[in-house]
Each structure stands twice: as C-alpha cells, then as structure tokens.
Design a protein around this ligand. Structure first.
Ligand code: FAD
Length: 430
C-alpha cells in the first residue's frame, strides 16, 4: 500500500504540463500526465516551424527530462473529452487536483463573411497550416495537402503570423530554385535568407527568380505588433525601445525573406471566383492607442489565391468545461484557478493564450508553486502561523487506499495504449 500523499492529474505534457509535473513531483506528490498525442511536445513539435531545429530538440530533451522523473506516470494517446470525461475526472476520480495544461489549439475564428465555407478553398488557419508544413513530408502524413501559391496574404501580426509568412516565402523560393535545377533546404532559406542563397548560386538579383512574394496584413502599426513584449508598467522610454525592437525584428525578417507588409490595414470581405478565394477587400485604418478605425474612402483590393488567418489561438472546447466566450472560465487568470474547491487549475497557453515558451514555463512554475506552497501547504507540513491558518483551509493528503485506486486507474489507461516505460515509448513513437 502507498503512503498518504497528494495525487495530481495533469492534462497535457508539453512545456507547461511537464514543468508543473516536475515541480509538484519534487514536492513529494504523485503525478499522472495525460497526453492526447504519442509524443508530449505540443506546440514545440506542431507549432514551432521545423526550421527551429536546435530549439525544438533542446525543448524536446527538457520535456523528456522532466517527464521521466520519479513520481510521474505518463499516459500517452489519451484525450480528455474523448477517452476521459471531464466531469468524471474532476468529480469521481478523487485526485487532489487537476491541472489543465492542454494549450490553445483552436484558431480564433475569422469573422469575414463566408470564411468557414472557403476553408480549404484558398482560406486556411494558422494552426493546421504550420502542422501541414511540419509534417507534410512524412511517410505517414494523411491529412489534406495545402497548396501555397505565390502572393498569399497572411492576416495577423504576432510571432506565429511571421512564421506563416516565412513558410509561404520558403515554399515559393524553394520551388523557384528547383525550377532552375537548384536544390535548397527550407531550413537553409530561413537561416541564410534569399539574397545570400542567390549569391551562392550565381543569381545576381533575387528578382530574377520571379517570386512576387506574400503580404502580411496588420490592422495596427508595425511598432504595435506583439513581436517583443515591454516590461510590466513600462515607462514611455521603455515603450519606445519595445517599438524600436519590433520594427527591427520585422525589418530583419523582411530583408531575409523579401515579403510585403500592409500595416494599418483591415480586411473587410473575401473576393471569390468559382467558389474559391480570389482576393481580399481591404481598408486602411487610423490607429489611436489600441484602436484601429477604418478610414473612409480608403478601400482597395488585393488579388490572392490564398489567405491565412493568424489572429490568435484559443483552447479547444472540452465537454463539461465551462467557457467564458472563447476561453475557459478561469476565476483567477493570474494563478489559473478554474475551481479552487474542486482543485481544478490551468497552466500555460490554455490560460495565457498564445504566449511564448518562456511565458508558458513561468506561468506553469507560478501555478505549481502556488499549489504546493498554498493549496497543498498541509501536505508540505509548513509550520508558521500563517501556514497553519492556510493548512486548516487546505486539503489533507489522500488516504493510501485512494492513492492506490488512482494508481490502478492510471495503470489501466497505460495498458490500454500498450505504454510501458517513458524512454522505451518515446523511442518507439519517434
Ligand atoms: C507558429 C508558432 C510559432 C511560435 N514561435 C515561438 C517562438 O519563436 N518562441 C517562443 O518562445 N514561443 C513560440 N511559440 C509559442 C510556444 O510554442 C508556446 O507558447 C508553448 O510551447 C506552449 O506550451 P504549453 O505547454 O502551454 O502548450 P502546448 O505546447 O500547446 O501543450 C499542450 C499539450 O496538451 C496536449 N493536449 C491538448 N488537448 C488535450 C486533451 N484534450 N487531452 C490530453 N492532452 C491534450 C497537447 O497535445 C499538447 O501536448 C510559437 C507558437 C506557434 C503556434
């Protein structure tokens, strides 16, 4: 029989799930990490475009290091909302706490009329687009292939939209080089830039390749793009530095990959031909603070056969999880408290939206630290008056038979997918 202890179930094993698992396991708790995919790398594998070779490998190793730690059971190929019912998990399993670390995998819906009908007919969303780019060359790839014609339009302004722009440019330049009998690797195009590659292959001017280039359409100014974040309560001088950093980042990307930008521009409608996207109607905007207002008589058209919407990612709906608009109904966003009484919390992108790796990691650390220092203080046996007070309000560790029942459940879920040991499994599914 195990001893009394806390048992925490974490949904999602990527950056934030694995960080929270490690912190809580180190505090003596037993952890089960439930992951829908075979591999627990989340946005690192399927969101970061594949030219981030070293960053991805580094993050994979960090996640592996955390998840194979003592006290952590990994359950792959098991999805909350499909294989496990949310209400059953939170009301009947009897775990000390449930942490939702399932990220943000649904694209914020594009409100342009007809968008959903045009999906796959010249209109795409960022998440499946990057997934396609990362996996299309794999032998087992069975999803729909995406055509990337020259002159695509990307709607958005964050890091992910720049990645979509880069994918479009890379695909088109790779094709143009190929037409001249030159094989170039996508990673090489991103790293070296088009001009340098042309030089290396004796092409005097990239314009000779005949690529028109894609266009990034952003409603505010370039300096407003969330490509670099200002410090909290930034002074006007610090804000100026952030604006300059954003302009610089974009300038570097543009110099390397030769795309176009229309900032202070809003799409108002699709132009269609034979049931497919043929262009966009756009309008210029006046920007005051965060507000971007259309300027009368500034309407213009942009011809394009592909529009990619990259306007943010939101959590996928899970039956039983209460929503507040397009996000989960967290009561405390800072600490990711969904339901303190039932011990349901959220960490990482599922709470913060489409952040970055560091933001997800810090959020997971903060929530996990809060859990072990406050919510679970009783378990950690802290002795100060403050701690005693909190201890009374906090939960007791689970009795041994309850821990045993939870272990049994997790083991059954692992057996269902023929999972044995973390390293052996990762080797098998890689
Ligand atoms: C195109 C793009 C480019 C980016 N570029 C950068 C960059 O350059 N630098 C940077 O720092 N950050 C970047 N990011 C952001 C960064 O990748 C994420 O912020 C971070 O990895 C999120 O970690 P997470 O653990 O919170 O979520 P995720 O990585 O999304 O992990 C969630 C995990 O939960 C699993 N899951 C989901 N639903 C369920 C379910 N129902 N049941 C079981 N498991 C489930 C998923 O499979 C996944 O493994 C980028 C993101 C995108 C999309």
């Amino acid at each position: 029989m195990p001893e009394s202890r806390h048992f925490v179930v974490i949904i999602g094993g990527a950056v934030s799930g694995s960080v929270a698992a490690e912190i809580l396991a180190e505090a003596g708790m037993e952890i089960a990490v439930i992951e829908q995919n075979d591999r627990p790398y989340g946005k690192i594998e399927d969101g970061l475009p594949r030219w981030h070779v070293h960053q991805r490998q580094k993050e994979y190793e960090k996640i592996n290091g955390r998840l194979k730690g003592t006290g952590i059971s990994f359950v792959p190929r098991t999805k909350l909302g499909r294989d496990i019912n949310f209400k059953d998990l939170t009301e009947n399993w009897g775990a000390s706490a449930v942490l939702l670390a399932n990220g943000a995998w649904r694209d914020r819906p594009q409100r342009l009329e007809g968008a959903e009908d045009l999906l796959g007919r010249g209109f795409e969303y960022q998440n499946p687009f990057i997934y396609w780019f990362n996996h299309q060359h794999e032998t087992g790839f069975s999803d729909r292939q995406i055509e990337v014609p020259d002159g695509a339009v990307i709607l958005g302004g964050g890091l992910a939209s720049i990645d979509c722009v880069k994918v479009c440019q890379i695909v088109n330049y790779q094709r143009a080089f190929q037409e001249r009998g030159i094989e170039v690797d996508p990673v090489e195009i991103e790293k070296k830039g088009v001009a340098k590659l042309c030089e290396a292959h004796g092409i005097a001017d990239p314009a000779e390749l005949g690529v028109k280039g894609c266009t990034l359409v952003y409603r505010r100014r370039i300096q407003d793009m969330p490509l670099a974040q200002p410090a909290e309560n930034a002074t006007p001088e610090q804000m100026e530095k952030t604006f300059a950093a954003r302009r610089k980042l974009l300038e570097i990307a543009q110099k390397k990959l030769l795309f176009h930008i229309q900032d202070q521009t809003l799409p108002t409608a699709f132009i269609t031909r034979d049931g497919r996207v043929a262009g966009l109607k756009l309008v210029r905007t006046k920007v005051e603070g965060r507000k971007a207002t259309p300027i009368p008589d500034s309407e213009h058209n942009l011809e394009t056969a592909l529009v990619i919407s990259s306007i943010g990612s939101i959590p996928e709906k899970i039956p039983g999880v209460e929503m507040n608009g397009e996000v989960f109904a967290f009561k405390d966003w800072d600490l990711g408290v969904y339901d303190a009484e039932k011990g349901i919390f959220g960490v990482g992108n599922v709470v913060t939206g489409q952040g970055n790796i560091r933001k997800s990691l810090l959020h997971a650390q903060k929530v996990a630290a809060h859990l072990k220092d406050s919510y679970f203080r009783g378990a950690l046996g802290a002795a100060s008056a403050e701690a005693v007070k909190e201890h009374l309000a906090a939960k007791d560790p689970l009795p041994p038979d309850q821990v045993q029942r939870l272990r049994q459940r997790i083991q059954e879920l692992q057996e269902r997918v023929k999972y044995d040991d973390y390293e052996a499994w990762i080797k098998r599914v890689t």
